[in-house]
Ligand binder design. Structure first.
Ligand SMILES: [Zn+2]
Length: 90
């Protein structure tokens, strides 16, 4: 059994990750703003249907208009940018 203070420390670390990620715009962050497609400047659907495990875990979506895949910050995902700063999930 994990002692209670260990649980608090782990939750605190996760909270720091999320807060840092929100400022640094990495995958740990939380984006409450609508995601805008970088190619056609249209807002992606707020209620998204994840198309991959990566989208389930880390957010983001696929533009219905042009089909580009973006992360939750509206940045395009290509083979050159995918996987930076974390494990490959797709
Ligand atoms: Zn688009």
């Amino acid at each position: 059994m994990v002692p209670f203070f260990m649980f608090i420390i782990i939750m605190g670390l996760l909270l720091v990750l999320v807060i840092y990620g929100t400022f640094a715009k990495n995958r740990w962050g939380i984006n409450l703003d609508p995601v805008i497609c970088p190619r056609c400047n249209k807002s992606l659907a707020t209620i998204r249907t994840p198309k991959s495990l990566r989208q389930v875990l880390w957010g983001g979506g696929t533009c219905k208009t042009c089909g580009i895949e973006v992360d939750k910050w509206g940045r395009p995902l290509s083979s050159s940018t995918r996987g930076l700063g974390g494990p490959h999930l797709t």
